[in-house]
Structure formats: C-alpha cells, structure tokens
Design a protein around this ligand. Structure first.
Ligand code: NAP
Length: 368
C-alpha cells in the first residue's frame, strides 16, 4: 500500500458507502462509488453507479465537480475501467478532467481488464494509491468478485433455527421460527441477491412466495429457483402461479411431458441440468448462463447440507431464535454427509453477530 492519510481513509470510506447505494440496481455489473476532492481539500462531487447502462460513478462525480476537479483527487471504490464498452473509459474522463491523484482500494477482478485502468492513469502522469480499505471494498463487491474469480454465482446460505439447531418442528412441516425484526432482515438479504433457492420439499411444504419485500427498487426481479428432480412443485403453488411478477426456475433432470407441461403453462422455466439438480456445479453453471450473479440459498436441511458438502458456500447466515425444540423428530438445520472430523467441519471466520429483536444473526465466511 502506498502512503496515505486519515483524510484518504475518510473519503474512500464515503466512496464505498456511495457504491452501496447501487445494491439491487447494478448486477451483474459492480457497485461503484466516487468522491472528487478539489486541490484545496473540498468535496466537489460525489457519484454512485446506479443502473446498468447509464453514466458511471466517476463521470457523475466529475460532472458535479466541473472545473474544480483539475489538480484534485478522485476516490473510487473499484478500479476505473479503461475499455470502450457501453460507455467511454472512466480513465479517460479522469485524465481529461485534470485529476492529479486517484485513490482506489482494489483492482477490477475481471481478468480482461484487471490492472489496466491503474496502468493507463499512471501512464498519463496521474498518481495512483491502492490498497486502502481493500477488505471493505472487496466485501462490498464480493458477489462480483466471486463471479469473475470462480466463474459461478456467489452462494450465500441462510437458515433460521432454534437454539438447538432445528429448522422446524417436524420433518416436512412449515414452522416460522424468527420474529418480525429478523424477517425484515431476511427481506434485506433477498434484496442483495439476484436469485433465491430452495429444495423441492421446502417448496412443496411451505408453499413460499420467495419474493423481495424489502420495499427497495431493484433492476431485475428476484429469480426463484427450486431444486426439484421429480418436478414435485405443484402447478397451483405460489411459485408456479406468480411467474408474471417474478421468474421461477425449476432445475431438474425430469423430462416427463406430463410433469413439465403444466408448469411450463404457468410460465415456470423448467431447466434441465446434466446430472440433475444434485449436480450443484451444473445448477450454478445454468444460473451463470442466465446472468445470475448471486444466490441466497434458504434451505431446507438437505439442500443446505448438499451445498456445504460440495464446498460451494461463500457466506453463511444463521438466525437463531431463542427457543429450544428438542425431541427426535425435529430436523437439524444442516443435513448432507457432514464432517467426519472436526478439521473437516465448516468453520466460519470474520464473524458478525447482530441482535434482531429477540433473535440473533450470526454471519461469517467459510474459513477452511
Ligand atoms: N428454518 C428455515 O430457515 C427453513 C428454511 C427452509 C426450509 N425449512 C424447513 O425444512 C424442511 C424441508 O427440508 P428438507 O431437507 O426435507 O428438504 P429440502 O432441502 O427443502 O428439499 C430436499 C429435496 O430437494 C431435492 N433436491 C434436488 N436437488 C438437490 C440437491 N442438490 N441437494 C439436496 N436436495 C435436492 C430432492 O428431491 P428430489 O430428489 O425429488 O429432487 C430432495 O429430497 C421443511 O420442514 C421446511 O419447512 C426451514
């Protein structure tokens, strides 16, 4: 990391905050925020990248700054791009505005453009400082980064459970465990993602609508995905009868026209996956093909276990309700084959623990 000041940290923090305002509006593009500070240290322009094809954050901030940008510093949350895409390169806009210094935490993870923006700026004589608040900036764009580095959607597993780790009273019974605050938090999580996924049993038993009810605008509707090899999803279910409001994808290996037909008539997208929905790599590849950058996996037990066994989980959120269910009939939160040794168990790092009314949210990242 190059030399930087407390002021640099303050402005980069603000650029990251501005970038976050694009949540729900920019996928599959990255979240980007920009602050332009004049030579005399005054904030003269701020910008957020808000929608697919429109002006980039740097250009919005530079437009607001006008001539005051000359000789100043641009704080950008992600490397400015140097390629001619739908919009002219942001590097060119920064250079033409006379920006003397660019402070930016991280490179663009897209291997086709990574590092090229910084290179272009340096060639033009602009001082470039990188690495400041790099972890925060990377976290904000974790879905975009995963998409480019792992070439698959980001997978966030979310489960609500009792203190003794059960997700419902009995197998195949719908049980609302969390309180109102936690339920609102789940809507926020849904808002951050492009798709939400459940197993065939949850879809059949709970008859969920799986919609984004955060009340916030989103550019593309939340896609509902069901893993369902036998096409058990009833054609009268909420997921099948509300496809005009949000798409429903069913990932399957079933080609029986008597099962496929009634779902397709309702507008459900029945997607054949090689090896069926048990092939989670295949499922994620089909979602990537459809530009889905992130998936919130909401259970149930079997699906949660399958993702953990396959080591395809990038982030985990457990919401603990202050109840103990006990007994032998209530299913555990996570099924699958499980860990043979403690060393094999999924261990979370970078934990955050948040009180949600009487419930507790624990979020972390797989650390092994
Ligand atoms: N508290 C919570 O947060 C929460 C959240 C969701 C669900 N639940 C509860 O969980 C219970 C259901 O859990 P569950 O374990 O019985 O069922 P599930 O995980 O919802 O669905 C399992 C079914 O999905 C299909 N499937 C397709 N691909 C799969 C894959 N890759 N991995 C695993 N399954 C795959 C299989 O059926 P086919 O072989 O027919 O395809 C399998 O039997 C319900 O009681 C529900 O209310 C609780």
């Amino acid at each position: 990391m190059s030399e930087h000041t407390e002021t640099d940290i303050k402005h980069i923090r603000r650029a990251i905050e501005l970038a976050g305002l694009g949540t729900g509006l920019v996928s599959p593009n990255p979240l980007v925020g920009c602050v332009v500070v004049s030579q005399s240290g005054e904030v003269v322009g701020e910008g957020t990248y808000l929608k697919g094809d429109v002006t980039h954050a740097e250009v919005i901030a530079l437009m607001k700054a006008g001539t005051k940008a000359a000789g100043g510093t641009a704080y950008v949350s992600l490397e400015p791009h140097d390629h001619h895409g739908k919009t002219p390169p942001c590097t060119e806009a920064l250079i033409n505005a006379g920006i003397a210094r660019v402070v930016c935490p991280i490179e663009d993870p897209n291997p086709l453009v990574s590092g090229k923006g910084f290179e272009r700026l340096r060639e033009a004589g602009v001082e470039v400082l990188t690495g400041i608040l790099a972890d925060e900036a990377a976290r904000l764009n974790e879905k975009f980064i995963c998409w480019h580095r792992n070439e698959r959607p980001f997978v966030h597993l979310k489960l609500a459970m009792s203190l003794d780790g059960r997700i419902s009273l009995k197998s195949s019974v719908s049980t609302a465990l969390s309180g109102e605050t936690a339920r609102r938090r789940v809507q926020e999580l849904r808002h951050e993602h492009d798709a939400i996924m459940v197993g065939a049993t949850t879809a059949a038993v709970d008859d969920p609508s799986l919609t984004d009810r955060s009340g916030k605008p989103r550019r593309r509707p939340l896609v509902r995905v069901v893993l369902d090899n036998s096409l058990r999803l009833p054609h009268v279910s909420k997921l099948a009868t509300t496809t005009a409001e949000a798409p429903t994808f069913v990932m399957t290996n079933c080609i029986d026209p008597e099962r496929v037909g009634p779902l397709q008539e309702k507008g459900v997208d029945v997607i054949p996956v090689e090896g069926g929905a048990r092939n989670l790599q295949g499922v994620l590849a089909e979602l990537k093909r459809r530009d889905i950058q992130s998936v919130l996996v909401e259970g149930g037990t079997a699906v949660a276990g399958a993702f953990i066994d396959a080591k395809l989980v990038d982030k985990v959120t457990f919401i603990l309700a202050p109840i103990v269910i006990g007994g032998s009939e209530a299913p555990n939160a996570v099924g699958g084959s499980g860990a043979g040794t403690l060393a094999d168990a999924l261990r979370l790092r970078d934990l955050s623990v948040t009180r949600l009314g009487d419930d507790i949210e624990i979020t972390g990242y797989p650390g092994n």
